[in-house]
Ligand binder design. Structure first.
Ligand code: TXA
Ligand code: MG
Length: 308
């Protein structure tokens, strides 16, 4: 695996790879992404192939700021500018009508595009230097854990890309909140660290309460996802012989003490699961975190990681 410390030279080299239609791994504040030119359908097809991702599952397009929105979105309601002012750069992805120049390969055949501005200097400089909007799904084989450190990128996947830019551990650690703004009723399609309450405070009204859309319309909603190789089992407590994530003092080996703060928990979750998985355990038991809105994204990922 070719891990590069970000420097003006290595980022310029990664930007060249992208302009030539290649794929690199880049850091963001949420998780590492497998990045390519979002407007190049062949490059995007390669990303799907590398991940083993179903073609109808659309990618998020990363831009450097609100000023880049006209490069990918056809139109947007005025609230988008307020949301961008509050949350960009940051882990809020907004789904908007796409421009014809954004290939259907990128959007999984949908006429909408999901856009965000990552809050990570390496990603922002890479977008600017490549002079392209970057399509970037999480840099993991389909269905597996998203990497939150360069060394957590699946070695087989990393071996197939020319460069992995190492931006250190991801500050947030869970994928962005995905917000659909294509109807009158804005709706959260995927919970993340930007909470419903955060969004509602900007909207000045409640989010849509429509039933969850069909898998086709909101393709991130596969039942099993974000999963290590080991089976994940949600539990009330761990016994000494069990591997897993717990709160408080561990009572056996292969147990990781997790923080009781939801943001700190999110930042460590995937790396903790990955470490236990790498030890070859068959089962990872996860002591359930508290309920409450601040934990929604964590519960969402744990539920998907433990689905059979
Ligand atoms: O934090 C993140 O969002 C990371 C980093 C790399 O930016 N990316 C990420 O990408 O998590 P990915 O491909 O693993 O997840 C993209 C999610 C999926 O749930 C997908 O269905 C949804 O965004 N999505 C993308 N385009 C969409 C669209 N046009 N309509 C509805 N959902 C969309
Ligand atoms: Mg993903």
């Amino acid at each position: 695996m070719s891990i590069h410390i970000p420097s003006s030279e290595s980022i310029a080299e990664a930007a060249r790879v992208i302009r030539e239609g290649g794929v690199v791994v880049m850091p963001t504040e949420t998780v590492y992404g497998l990045a390519c030119d979002a407007l190049n359908d062949r490059a995007v097809a390669r990303v799907f192939e590398l991940k083993g991702r179903p073609n109808e599952n659309p990618l998020i397009v990363h831009i450097a700021g609100l000023d880049d929105l006209p490069k990918v979105a056809e139109s947007w309601p005025p609230i988008v500018e307020k949301l961008a002012e509050r949350f960009w750069p940051g882990p809020l992805t907004m789904v908007l009508p796409k421009l014809p120049s954004v290939p259907f390969q990128t959007t999984g055949g949908l006429d909408t595009v999901a856009v965000r501005v990552p809050d990570h200097d390496v990603a922002l400089v890479l977008i600017e230097e490549s002079e392209r909007p970057l399509a970037a799904p999480s840099a993991n084989p389909f269905g597996r854990l998203s990497p939150t450190r360069a060394e957590d990128v699946d070695p087989e996947l990393a071996a197939q890309v020319p460069m992995v830019l190492d931006g250190g551990p991801c500050r947030i650690g869970l994928e962005s909140t995905v917000l659909d703004l294509t109807s009158d009723e804005p709706r959260v399609l995927r919970p993340g660290s930007v909470s419903r309450a955060d969004i509602q405070a900007v909207l000045g009204r409640p989010l849509g309460s429509a039933p969850p859309p069909a898998a086709r319309k909101s393709p991130g909603l596969y039942q099993r996802h974000y999963a290590p190789r080991a089976a994940v089992v949600l539990a009330e407590a761990l016994t000494s012989g069990q591997a897993g994530l717990t709160f408080g003092e561990p009572c056996g080996p292969n147990q990781v003490r997790m923080p009781l703060d939801p943001r700190a928990y999110a930042a460590q979750l995937y790396n903790a699961l990955q470490r236990l998985d790498a030890m070859g355990v068959d089962e990872i038991r996860v002591v359930l975190p508290p309920r409450g809105e601040a934990w929604e994204a964590v519960h969402d990922r744990l539920k998907k990681a433990s689905a059979s």
